[in-house]
Structures are given as structure tokens and as C-alpha cells.
Design a protein around this ligand. Structure first.
Ligand SMILES: Cc1cc2nc3c(=O)[nH]c(=O)nc-3n(C[C@H](O)[C@H](O)[C@H](O)COP(=O)(O)OP(=O)(O)OC[C@H]3O[C@@H](n4cnc5c(N)ncnc54)[C@H](O)[C@@H]3O)c2cc1C
Ligand code: FES
Ligand code: FES
Length: 464
């Protein structure tokens, strides 16, 4: 359904929602980058969950239109009702939130998704909600103000009515296959062994829009119930591979402050609404943010073949080379199991990138220490962006265990770290910068563990 009208869509698997919308007259949705970076193409996508409609902002330039079946896509043309503007539009006008107007539909849709979901009128909420939207002429102050005013209003939405979903069809079995459970997923994989899996599409669809590859058939793992859940036993959490970053933020809100802070730096709200933990592992990227975290947390990956054979792989054994993993063509990642003991240890996750929001890491450091702050009894240290694969530093860990954290130890570790890594120079950072950043991350984690220095956020709060 698009803007309250049920539509039949029969498009190639890799046709993006943006291409479809613009070709069908909905040109209010703009194309800036076609790679998820600028937010000009943002639309709202509504899903019926537990009888309630929930909206999320997505980058339509990297979502295959076939992935949206059974959902309600609202574009900027469908936001106002016949007699009045949507509150976000009214406030954008009142606050002078637009100049050339190219970015405006995208900002409006990001803000509208927040209002539709009843998000609070908090400055951090608004900033995060528009973290994936770029404006080059208005300046963000007036847009943030418009968002704050809109979220502060009393608002009754007509778009929340579940009746919109009464005529929608179940997920598609066309060129984008949408299995709803693992056995249907395996069947689809057996039937179409050449088809690529897609979850959030935030990596895969860049192959289409940036490298002009085409995919005749896609198997969508984002609706597979078992892959979408987080389950808990007495000792472990198992995160389904198709759990999105936004869902991780919610689940870990009171379980890992470190992870939640890192997730606020991962992509933008639009990327986090779609991107999944399984996609982050399966793409094999050495600069992905989650692998160092999962190495520190001692995670085990659960893989399953199309024939139903399951195996478990220690996350340390998952990567075999640059963009290579042990995952076979006929396998998918089902879930990621994490021992709960990892959450009681001291952890620090540090991300260095050129921009705070919506930027890939130059260096991603993750450290876990056990001990009393004086002596370390166990350590796990991993870095992204420092080698062809996410890098675990077992030699450095061995140097730390059983030692008193003091100035000499910091000096020894810093010297050894230089020898343990051979970072690359690329567009994001020089090898020297990366090495210096990794040293400073490890030193900072050790200083915070031993209480010599406070975490940066806390230090800034104390200063204020
Ligand atoms: C603007 C932008 C900003 C980004 N910022 C960051 C960032 O800050 N940090 C970061 O780490 N990444 C970032 N990314 C990369 C991307 O968002 C993440 O890697 C994300 O986790 C990919 O997940 P996905 O569900 O979108 O994967 P998809 O694109 O759907 O899939 C990626 C690959 O994984 C495979 N796959 C997906 N699920 C499975 C499964 N269950 N089993 C087997 N194979 C599977 C697919 O076949 C494909 O090869 C960014 C991307 C964009 C476009
Ligand atoms: S066009 Fe830039 S994010 Fe989609
Ligand atoms: S108003 Fe021109 S880019 Fe935002």
C-alpha cells in the first residue's frame, strides 16, 4: 500500500522503492546519493505489530520495492490530509526549516515517523531521528526546532488506523521471496540456490545502486520469525541474525550502555531501522562495527544449511580473509549466542570516524577486562579497521593478564601494540593515524578500568 491506496507491484527483484515511486509520479521523494547517506529519499514505512501500526523511516534508495509488500509506504505526498498539513510540515514552515527544499521531504518524513510513533520531544531524540538527513543550506537549528515543536504537540494520527492493512496481501513470493519461518527459508534456498539473501539491504543494495550489479532473485530473511527474535536462557542471549540495530538499541537499553552508545554512532536512524547484525557479519567487512564487540563478548555464531544442518562457529574463527568467511553458499547465519557473563565484565567500545553520525569507522576498538581495577584477571581485545579481518590481539591480552595496571604496563603494551598490527592507509585514515588511535583507545580503556581517568562522557558531565 502506498499513501493509503493498495497497489499491485510486479517489478524486478532489485528495483528500488525510490525508482518505483518516482517512476509512478511520486517525485516529492528525492534522489541525492542513492547510497543511504543523505536522507533525501526518506519515506515512512508502517507495519502492523500486535494490532498497532508502527512506522519507521527508511532510505527508499536502497530498499527493494518488493521487500515492502504488506506494508504501508507513506511518502511526502501522502502526509497531509485534504484539509491541513501534517504537524511536522506546519512546524517546518513556521520555523523556516527549508530553503532550496531538496532535503526537505526527507527531513519531514524522518520527523513524521517520530511523531507517528509518539517519540518524546527531546533534543537527543530529534537529533538521532534526523542523523541520516543532510541539509546544505538551511542549517539544522531551525529543523531541530521544528521537530521539537511537532513532537511537543497533541496529535491524533489518521495513519495509525489498522484498517489500512485489511486489504494488503501476505508477503510476496515473487522475485523477492519472503519466507516467514526457517523451514520456508531453507525451502527457498534449495529451490533457488543462486539467489542472494537480503536482510536490511543496507550493504547489498549498494551493489545495485553504486556498482550497477543486478540480482534476478532475492531471498528476504528480514521476516523469518526465528531470525527476528532475541531469546534468553539462564546463561545466554541469542540474537536472531535479522534483528535490526534499532531493535538491539531497545533490547540492550538496560543491559549494555556501551553497546547502545556505539549503536548511536552506527549509520543513521534510517540505516539502523533496516540494517541487521547478521548482515554486518555476513558481509565479511574488516571495518564493520559489530565483529570487535562480538569477539569481546565471546560470541558463537549459529549457522544453518539449506538442508537443515546446523553448526556453531566461534566468532574468532568466522573470518578467513579480506571479505571472506567460513559461511558456505548454501548456509545462512541463524543467530548469535552471547554468554551473559560477558555483560558483568568491564567493557569499552570506541569508534573513531570522521563524522559522529552516519560514518563508517576508521578504527573500531573493543576491550573487555575482568578484575578489580588493580589487576586484570582476564582480557579480550579486538579491533576493526586494522587488518584484512577484524583483529583479536591475543598477545596483548596475555601481556595484561595477571599484571598490575600501572604506567610501566601501559608503556610495554603500547610498544607491543605497534608490532601486533599492520594497518593500511586508505581514504579514511593513514596507517600512522590508525596505529596511534588504537594505542590511545587501549590506553584509555586501561585508564578507565583502573580508575585513573573517567569515561569521556562522564568527564564532560563533571566538567559541565
Ligand atoms: C549510509 C550507511 C552507513 C553505514 N554505517 C555503518 C556503520 O557505521 N557501521 C557498520 O558496521 N556498518 C555500516 N553500514 C553498513 C551496513 O549498514 C551494515 O553492515 C549492516 O549491518 C548490514 O546489514 P543488512 O541487514 O543491511 O545486510 P544486507 O545488505 O541485507 O546483506 C549484507 C550481506 O549479508 C548477507 N546476509 C544478510 N543476512 C544474512 C544471513 N542471515 N545469513 C547469511 N547471509 C546474510 C547478504 O546476502 C549480503 O551479502 C552502513 C551502510 C550505509 C549504507
Ligand atoms: S538518495 Fe541519499 S539516502 Fe537515499
Ligand atoms: S534546504 Fe537546501 S539542502 Fe536543505
Amino acid at each position: 500500500m502506498i499513501n493509503e491506496q493498495v497497489v499491485e507491484v510486479n517489478e524486478p527483484a532489485d528495483r528500488t522503492a525510490l525508482q518505483y515511486l518516482r517512476a509512478n509520479g511520486l517525485t516529492g521523494t528525492k534522489e541525492g546519493c542513492a547510497s543511504g547517506d543523505c536522507g533525501a529519499c526518506t519515506v515512512m514505512v508502517g507495519e502492523l505489530k500486535d494490532g498497532k501500526v508502527q512506522f519507521k523511516a527508511v532510505n527508499s534508495c536502497i530498499v527493494p520495492v518488493g521487500q515492502l509488500s504488506g506494508m504501508h509506504v507513506v511518502t511526502v505526498e501522502g502526509l497531509a490530509d485534504q484539509s491541513r498539513l501534517h504537524p511536522v510540515q506546519t512546524e517546518m514552515v513556521a520555523c523556516h526549516g527549508s530553503q532550496c527544499g531538496f532535503c526537505t521531504p526527507g527531513f519531514v518524513m524522518s520527523l513524521a515517523a517520530m511523531l507517528e510513533n509518539g517519540d518524546p520531544a527531546k533534543i537527543e531524540t530529534v537529533q538521532q531521528g534526523i542523523s541520516g538527513n543532510l541539509c546544505r543550506c538551511t542549517g539544522y537549528r531551525s529543523i531541530v526546532q521544528a521537530g521539537m515543536n511537532a513532537l511537543g504537540r497533541d496529535y491524533e494520527s489518521r495513519l495509525q488506523d489498522p484498517v489500512f492493512f485489511k486489504d494488503t496481501k501476505p508477503p510476496s513470493l515473487g522475485s523477492v521471496q519472503q519466507p516467514l519461518n526457517e523451514s520456508a527459508l531453507r525451502e527457498a534456498m534449495l529451490q533457488y540456490p543462486q539467489a542472494s539473501l537480503i536482510a536490511g539491504g543496507t550493504d547489498l543494495m549498494l551493489e545495485v545502486t553504486q556498482r550497477y550489479q543486478s540480482f534476478e532473485r532475492l531471498i528476504d530473511v528480514s521476516r523469518v520469525t526465528e531470525l527476528r527474535s532475541i531469546t534468553e536462557t539462564q546463561d545466554t542471549y541469542t540474537i536472531g541474525a535479522s534483528v535490526t540495530y534499532t531493535e538491539l538499541e531497545q533490547f540492550f537499553a538496560n543491559r549494555s550502555e556501551q553497546l547502545v552508545s556505539l549503536l548511536h554512532r552506527l549509520g543513521s536512524r534510517q540505516i539502523r531501522n533496516c540494517g541487521t547484525i547478521g548482515g554486518n557479519l555476513a558481509n565479511g567487512s574488516p571495518i564493520a562495527d559489530m565483529p570487535p564487540v562480538l569477539i569481546c563478548w565471546d560470541a558463537t555464531l549459529e549457522l544453518c544449511s539449506s538442508a537443515g544442518q546446523r553448526r556453531e562457529v566461534d566468532v574468532n574463527e568466522f573470518y578467513t580473509g579480506y571479505r571472506q568467511t567460513v559461511l558456505r553458499n548454501d548456509e545462512y547465519i541463524a543467530g548469535i549466542r552471547i554468554p551473559k557473563t560477558s555483560f558483568s565484565a568491564f567493557t569499552r567500545f570506541y569508534k573513531s570516524s570522521k563524522r559522529i553520525e552516519d560514518d563508517i569507522s576508521s578504527v573500531m576498538g573493543a576491550c573487555l577486562f575482568e578484575g578489580d581495577g588493580v589487576k586484570i584477571t582476564a582480557a579480550r581485545i579486538a579491533f576493526g579497521g586494522m587488518a584484512a579481518t577484524p583483529l583479536r590481539l591475543r598477545g596483548i591480552e596475555d601481556m595484561l593478564v595477571g599484571k598490575l595496571v600501572n604506567h610501566e604496563l601501559l608503556e610495554d603494551v603500547s610498544a607491543a601494540l605497534g608490532k601486533a598490527m599492520a594497518p593500511l592507509t586508505d581514504v579514511r585514515a593513514s596507517a600512522e593515524y590508525r596505529a596511534a588511535m588504537a594505542r590511545s583507545m587501549l590506553e584509555r580503556a586501561l585508564n578507565e578500568f583502573s580508575g585513573v581517568s573517567k569515561p569521556l562522557v562522564m568527564a564532560l558531565e563533571l566538567h559541565a
